[in-house]
Design a protein around this ligand. Structure first.
Ligand code: PHB
Length: 401
């Protein structure tokens, strides 16, 4: 038996309403294989189904936009319409047929959205405050003639309701097991939490409590309506992606800010309202740059505040011998290891890890392409990758609704 096969990675664990057979989860992996109308396609159904073939596995979907208002990427998925939800249902059904589980990540971009797309949609860019994340982003917005506008208090309250609608579409129409509130990696909710992007003077800005308020209100609104155990949340306290400050540059340590958020979640848990999980990424990787992070910070402290399940990620299966993954999964019985990049080119990742089989290297150049090629053309261990002219590679993406 390999060390991984014997580790906690292949022990069952309860997450929200479901019991997993293993602790290796596919995490949100942004891809552009939806229809131009942001409707999930047959290619996605195959991708998610292929990565949950071991019964009892969990996948968390790619970021799925709750509304067109907060910025779009071409062919990224949405959950604001019933048609989109009906298409997701076919993805969910395929995962359920495997005896596995699926969680929808609810996503809003905010100030980092593409100005040219906003312009085409006749929308401004929206953020907690009118603060661009870089000089280049400011220039790009100006060049497109698109303004970055602070959401009004009423608009923030409306946005909370949009999260509830999208969650309802995911849970009640698509039949997803859980939803994840994405408050990480420089996207809109992270922009509210961090003071570099939030200089508001209303109840959603200023103190830590106020900056954290919108995330907690979204969690409470979804949790009250659909059950707290069906909600997960994603925080990346140390991520410097998309204009977020490095931990040692933040005016208030992320441990303080996110410690507050986690203690609020734990307080809810104490009254029977425990979220399914908290998902995070270690600062030891800068996955968006393909560099090993230089930060010496980590997320071990989270366990002292939050007593529920923690999903940890950060190049765990890119490191030779997976020693940190093993250390972390075995150090605490509430740990799940998440992976994005390794899952792209290894549909049978769990089997390969368990048996100690070599992994197929991922290919970033296909990550954000619009084709089946480089998406559904990786096979199980021992099979050849399908070529660009293969039937699978040239299959058009067909919307599922
Ligand atoms: C994340 O879950 O942190 C995440 C999701 C979508 C992205 C990037 C990061 O495009």
């Amino acid at each position: 038996m390999t060390a991984i096969a014997e580790s906690n990675m292949f022990k069952p664990i309860k997450v929200g309403p479901v019991e997993l057979s293993n602790r290796i989860v596919m995490l949100p992996t942004t891809r552009f294989r939806n229809s131009p109308e942001h409707v999930a396609t047959d290619a996605m159904q195959k991708l998610y189904s292929d990565r949950t073939r071991d019964a009892g596995s969990l996948v968390i979907t790619e970021g799925t936009l709750i509304s067109p208002k907060y910025g779009m990427y071409p062919q990224a998925p949405g959950l604001w319409s019933e048609v989109q939800a009906a298409a997701w249902k076919k993805v969910v059904d395929a995962v359920h047929q495997n005896g596995s589980f699926i969680c929808s990540q609810l996503w809003a971009l905010g100030r980092i959205a593409e100005p040219e797309i906003a312009k085409a949609d006749n929308l401004p860019l929206y953020g907690p405050s009118a603060i661009h994340y870089s000089e280049e982003a400011k220039e790009a917005a100006e060049k497109s003639g698109v303004e970055l506008v602070a959401l009004s208090t009423e608009e923030v309250e409306q946005m909370i309701q949009e999260y509830v609608v999208a969650a309802g579409h995911a849970l009640e129409i698509a039949g997803a097991d859980m939803v994840e509130v994405h408050s990480a990696n420089g996207y809109l909710l992270n922009q509210f939490v961090d003071e570099v992007s939030n200089q508001r003077t209303d109840k959603y800005g200023g103190s830590i409590e106020n900056r954290a308020r919108v995330v907690l209100e979204i969690i409470d609104a979804i949790g009250t309506k659909f059950g707290y155990e069906r909600v997960g949340v994603r925080f990346t306290p140390w991520s410097t992606f998309q204009g977020m400050p490095a931990g040692d540059e933040a005016k208030i340590s992320p441990i303080v800010t996110y410690g507050y958020l986690l203690s609020e979640l734990e307080r809810r848990a104490a009254s029977g309202k425990r979220l399914a999980y908290v998902s995070t990424t270690e600062p030891r990787t800068e996955w968006w740059l393909e560099t090993k992070g230089t930060s010496s910070f980590h997320n071990d402290w989270m366990y002292d505040i939050w007593k529920g399940v923690v999903i940890r990620s950060g190049a765990y299966f890119i490191e030779p011998s997976y020693s940190t993954a093993l250390k972390h999964v075995n150090a605490n019985d509430r740990t799940i290891i998440g992976s994005c990049r390794s899952f792209t080119s290894n549909p049978d990742l769990r089997t390969r890890l368990r048996k100690g089989l070599e992994l197929t290297p991922y290919e970033r150049k296909y990550f954000y392409a619009y084709t089946n090629y480089g998406y559904n053309t990786y096979g199980d261990y021992g099979t050849e990758k399908l070529g660009p002219d293969s039937e699978q590679a040239t299959k058009p993406l067909t919307p599922l609704a």
